[in-house]
Design a protein around this ligand. Structure first.
Ligand code: PMP
Length: 441
């Protein structure tokens, strides 16, 4: 009985349980973009394991790759020993990295959460530079371990965990809608560049040279905010001038989701380190830190962990990477995403609760606002978290799984799999709009 399962889990699971609180679904089967609940209902899944299921649920190539490992009797886990499975994963990933990074790139298998790979990147940057500080950005999300959390923007998340953010210098992440510099557009971007530049160049800024600069090419949890290309390029230049490694957190943006293979490709920026997880494990837990050879300064065992590079995850990940390339899913994500965003933005003209529609590829955010409050000088209305929660509930009742993000929890986040069909994309659009309309009345 699904109700009993829900009740027992609700009673026994930690109060920190999250998705399970708002999505009372008991998934028992799943295929592609569809999840089937124990209650006999089916749902279109726009959460996709928080963006980890690039090929959707149980894609045949991932399932086959996992099955082959089992059928071959290959060892499931051998710590960080060399295996043909790991070799295939490494070669495949290296072949896909931005050319400027691939040349002398090194891989560190982390374990196995995105947060651990962020942790590794920060530790490695500190070891390589002999410095400790970090430049990060408002609204950033990098994971829940200590260093990753310190770099995370949410005061609430850091506060609950009691993680000090000492040593982190936080710069505003530029965006048009609710521009942190109060101007938006190219003017806002220019001020953001100038702000970062002065932080580094003005000896009176108070910042000691940091060990690294850590940035998401598109902020996900922060509210689906794409980094302006010119700003990201300026950060790249600044980091190079000051010999500060630029770390791109591609945990969510990596592997085609944004309509380019890597989020940094939109700005043609080559980072010094890239943090990867989610999609690269083909649905299984895997995280990898990629970095330029010059940063290969660690002694043996400097960042270990038992489950680094699990064989099943590497096999599923290799199959997933190859499928994405062979079937041009990156271009697919771009086209489907552009279309979906355009449709939603057009509908916003009749739905005043939609303040902004943004994103890149199939990483889409719908900023929900209070239509009854007058817009500010830049045209933005206040975030409407209560409305957003009602939209999530209305969506679930209509058979659509979506989650919320953003500073105020008022941004509807769509992270459908890259294999979504055009018909499914239209269904998502219609369900999102119907849910917003229903929740607004
Ligand atoms: N970085 C980014 C950009 C993320 O989106 C996430 C997860 N949402 C993380 C890091 C942390 O990954 P994990 O949850 O696997 O620790």
């Amino acid at each position: 009985d699904p109700d009993q399962v829900l009740a027992r889990q609700a009673a026994r699971e930690s109060s920190a349980r999250s998705y399970a609180r708002h999505l009372p679904v008991v998934p028992v089967r799943a295929e592609g973009m569809t999840v089937y609940g124990a209650d006999g209902r089916s749902y279109l899944d726009c959460l996709s394991g928080a963006g980890s299921l690039a090929l959707g649920h149980n894609h045949p190539v991932a399932v086959e790759a996992i099955r082959k490992v089992l059928d071959d009797g290959a060892p499931l886990h051998v710590l960080d020993l060399a295996t043909p499975i790991k070799d295939a994963f490494t070669e495949t990933l290296l072949s896909l990295l931005p050319p400027g990074l691939a040349g002398d790139a090194k891989l560190h298998f982390c374990g196995p959460s995105g947060a651990d790979a962020v942790e590794a990147a920060i530790k490695l940057a500190r070891a390589a530079t002999g410095r400790t500080g970090l430049v990060a950005f408002t609204g950033a999300y990098h994971g829940m371990t200590a260093a990753a959390l310190a770099a995370t923007g949410s005061v609430a998340a850091r506060g609950v965990a009691g993680v000090p953010d000492a040593g982190v210098t936080r710069l505003p992440f530029p965006q048009d809608y609710r521009c942190p510099y109060g101007v938006g557009g190219i003017a806002g971007e220019r001020i953001a560049v100038e702000h970062a530049r002065r932080l580094f160049d003005d000896p009176g800024s108070g910042m000691t040279p940091p060990a690294a600069m850590l940035v998401e090419p598109v902020q996900g949890e922060g509210g689906v905010i794409p980094a302006p290309d010119g700003w990201l390029r300026a950060l790249r230049t600044l980091a190079a001038e000051h010999r500060v490694p630029l770390i791109a957190d591609e945990v969510q943006t990596g592997l085609g989701r944004t309509g380019e293979l890597w989020g940094v490709d939109h700005a043609e920026v080559v980072p010094d380190m890239m943090v990867l997880s989610k999609a690269i494990g083909g649905g299984l837990p895997l995280a990898v830190l990629v970095y330029r050879g010059e940063y290969d300064v660690w002694d043996e065992g400097a960042h270990t962990g038992t489950f680094r590079g699990h064989q099943l995850a590497m096999a599923a990940g290799t199959a997933t990477m190859r499928f994405i390339v062979e079937h041009s899913l990156t271009e697919r994500a771009r086209k489907l995403g552009d279309r979906l965003r355009e449709d939603l933005a057009e509908a916003a003209a009749h739905l005043p609760a939609i303040g902004d529609v943004r994103g890149r590829g199939l990483m889409i955010g719908v900023d929900l606002v209070d239509p009854d409050v007058a817009p500010d000088a830049l045209g933005a209305r206040p975030a409407a978290p209560g409305l957003a929660r009602r939209v999530r509930t209305e969506a679930l009742e209509r058979g659509l799984i979506v989650e919320l993000g953003g500073r105020h929890g008022a941004v509807l986040r769509l992270l459908p799999p890259l294999i979504m069909t055009e018909l499914e994309a239209e269904q998502v659009r219609d369900l999102v709009l119907a849910s917003i309309a229903a929740a607004s009345t």
